[in-house]
Design a protein around this ligand. Sequence first.
Ligand code: FAD
Length: 369
Amino acid sequence: MAHSKVVIIGSGPGAHTAAIYLSRAELKPVLYEGMLANGTAAGGQLTTTTDVENFPGFPDGVGGQALMESMRKQSERFGTEIITETISKLDLSSRPFKMWTEWNDGPDNAPAHTADAVIIATGANARRLNLPGEETYWQNGISACAVCDGAVPIFRNKPLYVIGGGDSAAEEAMFLAKYGSRVTVLVRRDKLRASKAMANRLLAHPKCDVRFNTVATEVIGENKPNGLMTHLRIQNRVSGQEEIVDANGLFYAVGHDPANALVKGQVKLDEDGYIITQPGTSYTSVEGVFACGDVQDKRYRQAITSAGSGCIAALEAEKFISEGDSPDEQKPNASVEHSVVEPAAQEVNGEVKKDPKGATAEYKSNPLL
Ligand SMILES: Cc1cc2nc3c(=O)[nH]c(=O)nc-3n(C[C@H](O)[C@H](O)[C@H](O)COP(=O)(O)OP(=O)(O)OC[C@H]3O[C@@H](n4cnc5c(N)ncnc54)[C@H](O)[C@@H]3O)c2cc1C
């Protein structure tokens, strides 16, 4: 059985950013990247898309797969050990934390790995509707992320559709209205679930329409390799009447499923299943367990925000490890709602000064970072 100071579970921008920071800090992190974990290839959600145009540093855009391969290489370059296996079970009840892999999860098997600290970066999956035609036109007209894909040329001045009735659907529709000729929101029920303010803004928007009691039943498009979607079959749920409408884009806003199976029942989750982290940090309700990326972010879910939270998780895991198990240390915990740790010391000319009572600084930056 292997033991590491810190194990990272996941393989998206959050996991790799954490790995880059921790390996540069010489903590020899091990990263389990998964083998088709949650149905997604190692590298995470970006491996399922073509061009990423909003990740800084790439003025001409970068392929999602290429971006994740570069992150992986960067993690390895500084000494991250990457294991291409899926973690199937995690025991967070005592330290060191124990984990089992898919090929090693029988009841009598010893854990494959133990760790003093664990970073959960298992991501989330956008829900799909499995409509006829969805597989063919996924990323060729169908998307689950308006912010990511809305600006691409195939949607410019074209009729676009959004499916969903909540705040996300309303936000996405109004965002898409900047690009499309018209945006129609299909709502299954006879009213919007969105907040009143958001619903009012959507209903008043000059470029948006809302069709209630209406569902999409088929995506139709060009019949050639990499053909684009051109139409949508929709149905009124009350009258049963079907029609085929011009549609060059279809955006799903029907929710995401955070990949929380490993930690369910062990760390605190919110009502939608996202790991609760203390605001502005990666601290979960279990000391020594940190979370970053989409599994703890139900609002932004972007590659750059995942990377940013991966950096935070690495710095906090490093601090946790360097502090060891001192019982005197007061460590933040997500069960302490919105607690703010006042800095006890100030950095002056690169040096951290202790306060008169002898308390140590909240965070002392590592010169290796
Ligand atoms: C089609 C599409 C296009 C997108 N386009 C953009 C874009 O243009 N710009 C942008 O900023 N964002 C975009 N996003 C969103 C972006 O991809 C996510 O916000 C980001 O990838 C989340 O990163 P993450 O670190 O949380 O991990 P994820 O990318 O969600 O990856 C986590 C991965 O960890 C692995 N894993 C999960 N469980 C286990 C386990 N038990 N053991 C081992 N490994 C495991 C799996 O491979 C999983 O996929 C897009 C998303 C999609 C789906």
